[in-house]
Design a binder for this molecule. Sequence first.
Ligand code: NAD
Length: 475
Amino acid sequence: MSHSYQMLIGERWETGKGEGITVVDPATEEVIGTIPRGNADDVDRAVKAARHAFDQTWRKLKPRERARILYDTGRAIEERIDDFARLETLDSGKPLQLSHKEVLSTARYFEYYAGAADKLEGRSIPLGPDFMDFTIREPMGVTAHVVPWNMPFNMIGRSVAPALAAGNTAVVKPSEMTSLTALELGRVFQSVGLPHGVYNVVTGYGLEAGEPLCGHPDIDCITFTGSVPTGRRVMKTAAEHIKPVVLELGGKSPHIIFNDADPETAAAEVAKGIYANTGQICSAGSRLLVERGIADNLLEALVARSRKIRLGPGMEQPDMGPLVSQEHLDRVLGYIDTGKEQGARIITGGERARDKGYFVAPTVFTGVDPEMRIAQEEIFGPVLSVLTFTDEAQAAALANNVKYGLVAGIHTRDIDRAMRLARDLRVGQVYINEYFIGGEETPFGGYKQSGFGREKGLPALDNYTQLKNICVRIR
Ligand code: NAD
Protein backbone atom coordinates (compact mmCIF):
# COMPACT_ATOMS: atom_id res chain seq x y z
CA MET A 1 0.00 0.00 0.00
CA SER A 2 1.50 3.33 -1.06
CA HIS A 3 1.42 6.21 1.41
CA SER A 4 1.98 9.90 0.83
CA TYR A 5 4.19 11.20 3.66
CA GLN A 6 4.42 14.84 4.69
CA MET A 7 7.26 16.89 6.11
CA LEU A 8 7.12 18.96 9.29
CA ILE A 9 7.74 22.71 9.14
CA GLY A 10 6.87 24.56 12.33
CA GLU A 11 3.49 23.20 13.34
CA ARG A 12 2.42 22.21 9.82
CA TRP A 13 2.64 18.93 8.01
CA GLU A 14 3.28 19.76 4.37
CA THR A 15 3.24 17.89 1.08
CA GLY A 16 5.73 20.13 -0.72
CA LYS A 17 5.54 21.33 -4.31
CA GLY A 18 5.40 19.06 -7.34
CA GLU A 19 5.81 15.35 -7.39
CA GLY A 20 7.30 13.66 -4.36
CA ILE A 21 10.24 11.26 -4.16
CA THR A 22 9.36 7.57 -4.43
CA VAL A 23 10.10 5.38 -1.42
CA VAL A 24 11.10 1.81 -2.29
CA ASP A 25 11.26 -1.26 -0.06
CA PRO A 26 14.79 -2.53 -0.80
CA ALA A 27 13.84 -6.13 -0.01
CA THR A 28 11.05 -6.33 -2.59
CA GLU A 29 11.81 -3.36 -4.88
CA GLU A 30 8.14 -2.34 -4.39
CA VAL A 31 7.07 1.28 -4.08
CA ILE A 32 5.74 1.91 -0.57
CA GLY A 33 5.07 5.63 -0.77
CA THR A 34 6.31 9.10 -1.57
CA ILE A 35 7.98 11.79 0.49
CA PRO A 36 7.94 15.51 -0.32
CA ARG A 37 10.70 16.84 -2.55
CA GLY A 38 11.67 19.76 -0.34
CA ASN A 39 13.49 22.78 -1.77
CA ALA A 40 15.20 26.01 -0.70
CA ASP A 41 11.85 27.71 0.08
CA ASP A 42 10.86 24.88 2.40
CA VAL A 43 14.27 25.06 4.07
CA ASP A 44 13.91 28.79 4.54
CA ARG A 45 10.51 28.40 6.20
CA ALA A 46 11.83 25.60 8.41
CA VAL A 47 14.78 27.72 9.53
CA LYS A 48 12.44 30.64 10.27
CA ALA A 49 10.17 28.34 12.31
CA ALA A 50 13.20 27.03 14.20
CA ARG A 51 14.49 30.57 14.85
CA HIS A 52 11.08 31.66 16.11
CA ALA A 53 10.82 28.66 18.41
CA PHE A 54 14.35 29.26 19.68
CA ASP A 55 13.65 32.89 20.55
CA GLN A 56 10.09 32.51 21.81
CA THR A 57 9.84 29.17 23.57
CA TRP A 58 12.64 26.68 23.78
CA ARG A 59 15.44 28.81 25.18
CA LYS A 60 13.03 30.36 27.68
CA LEU A 61 12.18 27.06 29.31
CA LYS A 62 14.01 26.03 32.44
CA PRO A 63 16.59 23.34 31.64
CA ARG A 64 14.69 20.86 33.81
CA GLU A 65 11.55 21.54 31.76
CA ARG A 66 13.44 20.78 28.58
CA ALA A 67 14.78 17.67 30.26
CA ARG A 68 11.27 16.51 31.11
CA ILE A 69 10.16 16.74 27.47
CA LEU A 70 13.22 14.86 26.29
CA TYR A 71 12.71 12.11 28.90
CA ASP A 72 9.12 11.81 27.71
CA THR A 73 10.36 11.60 24.12
CA GLY A 74 12.65 8.69 24.99
CA ARG A 75 9.83 6.90 26.78
CA ALA A 76 7.36 7.53 23.95
CA ILE A 77 9.82 6.10 21.42
CA GLU A 78 10.25 3.00 23.58
CA GLU A 79 6.51 2.57 23.88
CA ARG A 80 6.25 2.64 20.09
CA ILE A 81 9.36 0.57 19.47
CA ASP A 82 7.59 -1.97 17.26
CA ASP A 83 6.11 0.73 14.99
CA PHE A 84 9.45 2.48 14.63
CA ALA A 85 11.36 -0.74 14.04
CA ARG A 86 8.95 -1.91 11.34
CA LEU A 87 9.05 1.46 9.61
CA GLU A 88 12.85 1.53 9.66
CA THR A 89 13.06 -2.01 8.29
CA LEU A 90 10.56 -1.32 5.54
CA ASP A 91 12.43 1.81 4.52
CA SER A 92 16.05 0.68 4.83
CA GLY A 93 15.88 -3.13 4.53
CA LYS A 94 17.72 -3.83 7.76
CA PRO A 95 16.74 -6.89 9.83
CA LEU A 96 13.90 -6.16 12.22
CA GLN A 97 15.92 -7.18 15.28
CA LEU A 98 18.61 -4.64 14.29
CA SER A 99 16.00 -1.92 13.82
CA HIS A 100 14.76 -2.72 17.33
CA LYS A 101 18.25 -2.22 18.74
CA GLU A 102 18.73 1.05 16.89
CA VAL A 103 15.33 2.38 18.00
CA LEU A 104 16.12 1.50 21.61
CA SER A 105 19.43 3.27 21.30
CA THR A 106 17.65 6.34 19.88
CA ALA A 107 15.34 6.38 22.91
CA ARG A 108 18.42 6.08 25.08
CA TYR A 109 20.01 9.17 23.43
CA PHE A 110 17.00 11.21 24.50
CA GLU A 111 17.19 9.81 28.02
CA TYR A 112 20.96 10.34 28.28
CA TYR A 113 20.94 13.94 27.05
CA ALA A 114 17.77 14.78 29.01
CA GLY A 115 19.90 14.08 32.07
CA ALA A 116 22.52 16.57 30.87
CA ALA A 117 20.12 19.45 30.13
CA ASP A 118 20.36 20.93 33.63
CA LYS A 119 24.08 20.22 34.12
CA LEU A 120 25.63 22.45 31.47
CA GLU A 121 27.63 24.44 33.94
CA GLY A 122 30.27 27.11 33.44
CA ARG A 123 33.40 27.72 35.52
CA SER A 124 34.75 30.54 37.61
CA ILE A 125 38.24 31.79 36.85
CA PRO A 126 40.36 33.38 39.58
CA LEU A 127 41.62 36.87 38.64
CA GLY A 128 42.29 38.22 42.13
CA PRO A 129 40.12 40.00 44.71
CA ASP A 130 38.93 42.84 42.43
CA PHE A 131 37.35 40.70 39.74
CA MET A 132 34.72 38.04 39.34
CA ASP A 133 35.17 36.05 36.18
CA PHE A 134 33.00 33.19 35.04
CA THR A 135 31.90 31.34 31.92
CA ILE A 136 28.42 30.33 30.87
CA ARG A 137 27.40 27.89 28.17
CA GLU A 138 24.75 29.14 25.80
CA PRO A 139 22.92 27.28 23.06
CA MET A 140 24.13 27.92 19.51
CA GLY A 141 20.63 28.67 18.19
CA VAL A 142 19.27 26.94 15.09
CA THR A 143 21.13 23.71 14.34
CA ALA A 144 21.14 21.89 11.00
CA HIS A 145 21.37 18.08 10.89
CA VAL A 146 22.07 16.30 7.60
CA VAL A 147 21.68 12.57 7.99
CA PRO A 148 22.59 9.47 5.90
CA TRP A 149 20.51 6.38 5.14
CA ASN A 150 22.41 3.62 6.91
CA MET A 151 21.14 4.21 10.47
CA PRO A 152 18.56 6.89 9.79
CA PHE A 153 16.66 7.09 13.08
CA ASN A 154 19.65 6.46 15.30
CA MET A 155 21.75 9.18 13.67
CA ILE A 156 18.94 11.67 14.28
CA GLY A 157 18.77 10.76 17.97
CA ARG A 158 22.53 11.00 18.20
CA SER A 159 22.68 14.62 17.09
CA VAL A 160 19.21 16.06 17.74
CA ALA A 161 18.99 14.91 21.39
CA PRO A 162 22.12 16.81 22.57
CA ALA A 163 21.18 19.82 20.43
CA LEU A 164 17.74 20.11 22.01
CA ALA A 165 19.04 19.33 25.50
CA ALA A 166 21.41 22.29 25.22
CA GLY A 167 18.52 24.60 24.29
CA ASN A 168 18.84 24.69 20.49
CA THR A 169 16.19 24.12 17.88
CA ALA A 170 16.73 21.83 14.89
CA VAL A 171 16.12 21.46 11.18
CA VAL A 172 16.76 17.91 9.97
CA LYS A 173 17.40 16.84 6.37
CA PRO A 174 17.20 13.04 6.34
CA SER A 175 18.45 10.97 3.43
CA GLU A 176 16.07 10.96 0.48
CA MET A 177 16.23 7.15 0.67
CA THR A 178 15.19 6.78 4.33
CA SER A 179 13.13 9.64 5.71
CA LEU A 180 10.20 7.84 7.30
CA THR A 181 11.38 7.52 10.90
CA ALA A 182 12.57 11.16 10.93
CA LEU A 183 9.02 12.15 10.03
CA GLU A 184 7.44 9.83 12.56
CA LEU A 185 9.65 11.32 15.25
CA GLY A 186 7.81 14.60 14.58
CA ARG A 187 4.57 12.89 15.69
CA VAL A 188 6.26 11.69 18.88
CA PHE A 189 7.51 15.19 19.63
CA GLN A 190 4.03 16.60 19.10
CA SER A 191 2.56 13.97 21.42
CA VAL A 192 4.93 14.89 24.28
CA GLY A 193 4.36 18.63 23.93
CA LEU A 194 7.59 19.77 22.29
CA PRO A 195 6.85 23.37 21.28
CA HIS A 196 6.16 23.83 17.56
CA GLY A 197 9.19 24.68 15.48
CA VAL A 198 11.78 23.14 17.83
CA TYR A 199 12.05 20.10 15.53
CA ASN A 200 11.55 20.50 11.78
CA VAL A 201 12.11 17.99 8.99
CA VAL A 202 12.63 18.93 5.36
CA THR A 203 12.80 15.86 3.15
CA GLY A 204 14.38 15.95 -0.29
CA TYR A 205 17.56 15.56 -2.29
CA GLY A 206 20.97 16.67 -1.13
CA LEU A 207 21.41 19.41 -3.71
CA GLU A 208 17.84 20.71 -3.48
CA ALA A 209 17.28 20.61 0.31
CA GLY A 210 20.58 19.68 2.02
CA GLU A 211 22.73 22.31 0.34
CA PRO A 212 20.29 25.21 0.91
CA LEU A 213 20.11 24.16 4.56
CA CYS A 214 23.89 24.12 5.01
CA GLY A 215 24.18 27.42 3.17
CA HIS A 216 21.34 29.17 4.97
CA PRO A 217 22.60 32.38 6.61
CA ASP A 218 20.40 31.95 9.69
CA ILE A 219 21.56 28.55 10.89
CA ASP A 220 24.19 28.53 13.62
CA CYS A 221 25.93 25.17 13.16
CA ILE A 222 25.82 22.03 11.06
CA THR A 223 26.16 18.39 11.96
CA PHE A 224 26.76 16.39 8.82
CA THR A 225 26.94 12.60 8.75
CA GLY A 226 27.67 11.04 5.38
CA SER A 227 30.34 10.46 2.78
CA VAL A 228 33.67 12.26 2.37
CA PRO A 229 32.85 13.96 -0.97
CA THR A 230 29.58 15.37 0.38
CA GLY A 231 31.27 16.33 3.66
CA ARG A 232 33.87 18.29 1.72
CA ARG A 233 31.14 20.12 -0.15
CA VAL A 234 29.17 20.83 3.04
CA MET A 235 32.29 22.31 4.60
CA LYS A 236 32.75 24.63 1.63
CA THR A 237 29.10 25.68 1.77
CA ALA A 238 29.38 26.32 5.50
CA ALA A 239 32.46 28.47 4.93
CA GLU A 240 30.37 31.07 3.08
CA HIS A 241 28.70 32.18 6.30
CA ILE A 242 31.45 30.95 8.69
CA LYS A 243 29.33 28.22 10.28
CA PRO A 244 30.89 25.58 12.51
CA VAL A 245 30.57 22.04 11.19
CA VAL A 246 30.84 18.59 12.72
CA LEU A 247 31.73 16.07 10.05
CA GLU A 248 31.05 12.38 10.73
CA LEU A 249 32.31 10.71 7.57
CA GLY A 250 33.31 7.32 6.23
CA GLY A 251 35.85 4.73 7.25
CA LYS A 252 37.99 1.78 6.17
CA SER A 253 38.54 0.43 9.63
CA PRO A 254 41.13 -2.24 10.44
CA HIS A 255 40.22 -5.28 12.51
CA ILE A 256 43.56 -6.63 13.76
CA ILE A 257 43.87 -10.24 14.92
CA PHE A 258 47.05 -11.56 16.58
CA ASN A 259 48.17 -15.20 16.80
CA ASP A 260 47.24 -15.42 20.49
CA ALA A 261 43.54 -14.73 19.84
CA ASP A 262 40.98 -17.54 19.87
CA PRO A 263 40.19 -18.14 16.17
CA GLU A 264 36.48 -18.96 16.68
CA THR A 265 35.82 -15.93 18.87
CA ALA A 266 37.80 -13.68 16.56
CA ALA A 267 35.98 -15.04 13.48
CA ALA A 268 32.62 -14.27 15.13
CA GLU A 269 33.77 -10.70 15.84
CA VAL A 270 35.18 -10.21 12.35
CA ALA A 271 31.89 -11.45 10.83
CA LYS A 272 29.89 -9.11 13.05
CA GLY A 273 32.22 -6.22 12.19
CA ILE A 274 31.73 -6.55 8.44
CA TYR A 275 28.27 -8.10 7.99
CA ALA A 276 26.24 -6.16 10.57
CA ASN A 277 23.74 -3.96 8.69
CA THR A 278 25.05 -5.57 5.48
CA GLY A 279 28.34 -3.76 5.91
CA GLN A 280 26.61 -0.39 5.69
CA ILE A 281 28.15 1.02 8.85
CA CYS A 282 30.73 3.81 8.86
CA SER A 283 32.72 1.94 11.52
CA ALA A 284 32.50 -1.50 9.82
CA GLY A 285 35.67 -3.55 10.24
CA SER A 286 36.18 -3.76 6.50
CA ARG A 287 39.93 -4.57 6.50
CA LEU A 288 40.94 -7.74 8.31
CA LEU A 289 44.63 -7.56 9.30
CA VAL A 290 45.57 -11.02 10.48
CA GLU A 291 48.90 -12.33 11.82
CA ARG A 292 50.26 -15.13 9.65
CA GLY A 293 50.20 -17.86 12.30
CA ILE A 294 46.44 -17.69 12.87
CA ALA A 295 45.37 -16.74 9.35
CA ASP A 296 44.41 -20.23 8.08
CA ASN A 297 42.34 -21.19 11.14
CA LEU A 298 40.67 -17.83 11.32
CA LEU A 299 39.76 -17.73 7.64
CA GLU A 300 38.40 -21.26 7.75
CA ALA A 301 36.12 -20.31 10.65
CA LEU A 302 35.16 -17.05 8.95
CA VAL A 303 34.24 -18.68 5.64
CA ALA A 304 32.13 -21.29 7.47
CA ARG A 305 30.29 -18.48 9.28
CA SER A 306 29.88 -16.41 6.12
CA ARG A 307 28.24 -19.31 4.30
CA LYS A 308 25.76 -19.88 7.11
CA ILE A 309 24.44 -16.32 7.02
CA ARG A 310 20.76 -16.27 6.11
CA LEU A 311 19.86 -13.48 3.69
CA GLY A 312 16.31 -12.22 3.45
CA PRO A 313 13.90 -9.31 3.79
CA GLY A 314 14.40 -7.47 7.06
CA MET A 315 10.84 -8.27 8.16
CA GLU A 316 11.69 -12.00 8.20
CA GLN A 317 14.45 -11.38 10.75
CA PRO A 318 17.31 -12.72 8.62
CA ASP A 319 20.97 -12.54 9.64
CA MET A 320 21.56 -10.03 6.86
CA GLY A 321 19.20 -7.85 4.80
CA PRO A 322 19.61 -6.23 1.38
CA LEU A 323 21.64 -3.17 0.47
CA VAL A 324 19.65 0.03 0.49
CA SER A 325 19.15 0.67 -3.25
CA GLN A 326 19.85 -0.48 -6.81
CA GLU A 327 22.46 2.27 -7.15
CA HIS A 328 24.28 1.10 -4.05
CA LEU A 329 24.07 -2.54 -5.16
CA ASP A 330 25.74 -1.58 -8.45
CA ARG A 331 28.44 0.27 -6.53
CA VAL A 332 29.22 -2.70 -4.26
CA LEU A 333 29.22 -5.16 -7.19
CA GLY A 334 31.52 -2.73 -9.02
CA TYR A 335 34.01 -2.92 -6.14
CA ILE A 336 33.85 -6.73 -6.23
CA ASP A 337 34.76 -6.59 -9.95
CA THR A 338 37.58 -4.15 -9.22
CA GLY A 339 38.97 -6.48 -6.54
CA LYS A 340 39.02 -9.38 -9.01
CA GLU A 341 40.52 -7.26 -11.78
CA GLN A 342 43.30 -6.05 -9.49
CA GLY A 343 44.21 -9.66 -8.64
CA ALA A 344 42.60 -10.35 -5.25
CA ARG A 345 40.99 -13.76 -4.69
CA ILE A 346 37.43 -14.38 -3.53
CA ILE A 347 37.21 -17.20 -0.98
CA THR A 348 33.49 -16.89 -0.38
CA GLY A 349 30.59 -14.90 -1.87
CA GLY A 350 31.38 -12.37 -4.57
CA GLU A 351 27.99 -12.23 -6.27
CA ARG A 352 24.47 -10.93 -6.09
CA ALA A 353 22.10 -13.16 -4.10
CA ARG A 354 18.35 -13.94 -4.37
CA ASP A 355 16.21 -13.00 -7.38
CA LYS A 356 14.51 -9.96 -5.92
CA GLY A 357 15.89 -7.21 -3.72
CA TYR A 358 19.36 -5.70 -3.52
CA PHE A 359 21.17 -8.63 -1.91
CA VAL A 360 24.90 -9.40 -2.05
CA ALA A 361 26.40 -12.58 -0.61
CA PRO A 362 28.86 -12.15 2.29
CA THR A 363 32.17 -11.76 0.50
CA VAL A 364 35.78 -12.27 1.58
CA PHE A 365 38.80 -11.30 -0.53
CA THR A 366 42.27 -12.68 0.25
CA GLY A 367 45.56 -11.87 -1.48
CA VAL A 368 44.79 -8.19 -1.07
CA ASP A 369 47.62 -5.77 -1.69
CA PRO A 370 47.56 -2.72 0.64
CA GLU A 371 47.36 -0.32 -2.31
CA MET A 372 44.46 -2.05 -4.07
CA ARG A 373 41.24 -0.06 -4.23
CA ILE A 374 39.40 -2.66 -2.14
CA ALA A 375 42.01 -2.08 0.60
CA GLN A 376 41.82 1.70 0.44
CA GLU A 377 38.25 2.76 -0.39
CA GLU A 378 35.05 2.48 1.58
CA ILE A 379 32.81 -0.13 -0.11
CA PHE A 380 29.96 0.12 2.42
CA GLY A 381 28.80 -3.42 1.80
CA PRO A 382 29.41 -6.98 3.11
CA VAL A 383 32.84 -7.19 1.48
CA LEU A 384 35.93 -7.90 3.58
CA SER A 385 39.52 -7.36 2.40
CA VAL A 386 42.05 -9.61 4.15
CA LEU A 387 45.72 -8.61 4.55
CA THR A 388 48.32 -10.54 6.55
CA PHE A 389 51.15 -9.23 8.73
CA THR A 390 54.13 -10.69 10.52
CA ASP A 391 54.67 -8.36 13.50
CA GLU A 392 53.10 -5.59 15.51
CA ALA A 393 54.93 -2.78 13.72
CA GLN A 394 53.70 -3.99 10.35
CA ALA A 395 50.14 -4.31 11.73
CA ALA A 396 50.24 -0.68 12.90
CA ALA A 397 51.68 0.54 9.61
CA LEU A 398 49.02 -1.29 7.58
CA ALA A 399 46.25 -0.11 9.89
CA ASN A 400 47.29 3.53 9.46
CA ASN A 401 47.86 3.23 5.71
CA VAL A 402 44.50 4.67 4.59
CA LYS A 403 43.06 8.16 4.37
CA TYR A 404 40.41 7.29 6.96
CA GLY A 405 40.72 7.06 10.76
CA LEU A 406 37.39 6.19 12.30
CA VAL A 407 37.80 3.04 14.45
CA ALA A 408 40.08 0.01 14.90
CA GLY A 409 39.47 -3.40 16.48
CA ILE A 410 42.26 -5.43 18.15
CA HIS A 411 42.18 -9.04 19.35
CA THR A 412 45.05 -10.19 21.55
CA ARG A 413 45.62 -11.52 25.05
CA ASP A 414 48.66 -9.27 25.43
CA ILE A 415 47.33 -6.09 27.05
CA ASP A 416 50.61 -4.18 26.61
CA ARG A 417 50.53 -4.84 22.90
CA ALA A 418 46.88 -3.78 22.73
CA MET A 419 47.71 -0.55 24.57
CA ARG A 420 50.73 0.19 22.36
CA LEU A 421 48.52 -0.14 19.31
CA ALA A 422 45.71 1.89 20.88
CA ARG A 423 48.30 4.61 21.37
CA ASP A 424 49.76 4.41 17.86
CA LEU A 425 46.65 4.02 15.70
CA ARG A 426 45.32 7.25 14.25
CA VAL A 427 41.65 6.57 14.80
CA GLY A 428 38.90 8.09 16.92
CA GLN A 429 38.06 4.92 18.88
CA VAL A 430 39.64 1.55 19.56
CA TYR A 431 37.76 -1.67 20.39
CA ILE A 432 39.83 -4.26 22.23
CA ASN A 433 38.70 -7.91 22.19
CA GLU A 434 35.17 -7.14 21.03
CA TYR A 435 33.98 -5.09 18.06
CA PHE A 436 31.38 -2.27 18.19
CA ILE A 437 31.60 -1.90 21.96
CA GLY A 438 30.75 1.28 23.82
CA GLY A 439 27.40 3.01 23.97
CA GLU A 440 25.57 6.29 23.80
CA GLU A 441 27.95 7.51 26.54
CA THR A 442 31.20 6.97 24.60
CA PRO A 443 32.53 9.74 22.32
CA PHE A 444 32.63 8.85 18.64
CA GLY A 445 34.23 10.56 15.65
CA GLY A 446 37.05 10.47 13.19
CA TYR A 447 40.70 11.26 12.60
CA LYS A 448 41.96 12.19 9.14
CA GLN A 449 39.29 12.11 6.41
CA SER A 450 36.80 10.35 8.68
CA GLY A 451 35.95 13.83 9.88
CA PHE A 452 36.22 15.92 13.01
CA GLY A 453 34.19 16.77 16.07
CA ARG A 454 32.81 14.17 18.46
CA GLU A 455 29.29 12.89 18.83
CA LYS A 456 27.87 10.73 21.63
CA GLY A 457 28.78 11.13 25.29
CA LEU A 458 29.18 14.48 27.03
CA PRO A 459 31.65 15.93 24.46
CA ALA A 460 28.79 16.09 21.93
CA LEU A 461 27.25 18.88 23.98
CA ASP A 462 30.21 21.09 23.04
CA ASN A 463 28.97 21.00 19.42
CA TYR A 464 25.77 22.69 20.49
CA THR A 465 26.96 25.30 22.99
CA GLN A 466 28.91 28.53 22.83
CA LEU A 467 31.17 29.44 25.72
CA LYS A 468 30.77 33.03 26.92
CA ASN A 469 33.15 34.64 29.40
CA ILE A 470 31.83 37.34 31.75
CA CYS A 471 34.26 39.47 33.71
CA VAL A 472 33.16 41.83 36.49
CA ARG A 473 35.24 44.55 38.18
CA ILE A 474 34.37 44.87 41.85
CA ARG A 475 34.90 48.33 43.37
P1 NAD B 1 25.92 11.01 1.38
O1 NAD B 1 27.10 11.86 1.65
O2 NAD B 1 25.62 10.64 -0.01
O3 NAD B 1 24.58 11.72 1.93
C1 NAD B 1 24.43 12.06 3.28
C2 NAD B 1 23.35 13.12 3.38
O4 NAD B 1 23.81 14.31 2.75
C3 NAD B 1 22.03 12.78 2.69
O5 NAD B 1 20.96 13.24 3.48
C4 NAD B 1 22.12 13.56 1.39
O6 NAD B 1 20.87 13.87 0.82
C5 NAD B 1 22.82 14.81 1.85
N1 NAD B 1 23.52 15.58 0.80
C6 NAD B 1 23.97 15.16 -0.40
N2 NAD B 1 24.56 16.18 -1.05
C7 NAD B 1 24.50 17.26 -0.23
C8 NAD B 1 24.98 18.59 -0.34
N3 NAD B 1 25.62 19.03 -1.42
N4 NAD B 1 24.77 19.42 0.71
C9 NAD B 1 24.14 19.00 1.82
N5 NAD B 1 23.66 17.74 1.96
C10 NAD B 1 23.85 16.88 0.95
O7 NAD B 1 26.08 9.74 2.31
P2 NAD B 1 25.16 8.44 2.34
O8 NAD B 1 25.43 7.64 1.11
O9 NAD B 1 23.76 8.83 2.66
O10 NAD B 1 25.73 7.68 3.64
C11 NAD B 1 26.80 6.81 3.60
C12 NAD B 1 28.05 7.49 4.10
O11 NAD B 1 27.82 7.99 5.42
C13 NAD B 1 29.21 6.53 4.23
O12 NAD B 1 30.37 7.13 3.74
C14 NAD B 1 29.31 6.32 5.75
O13 NAD B 1 30.58 5.92 6.19
C15 NAD B 1 28.91 7.65 6.26
N6 NAD B 1 28.47 7.57 7.67
C16 NAD B 1 29.29 8.07 8.65
C17 NAD B 1 28.92 7.96 10.00
C18 NAD B 1 29.80 8.48 11.10
O14 NAD B 1 29.32 8.61 12.23
N7 NAD B 1 31.07 8.77 10.87
C19 NAD B 1 27.71 7.35 10.33
C20 NAD B 1 26.91 6.85 9.31
C21 NAD B 1 27.30 6.98 7.97
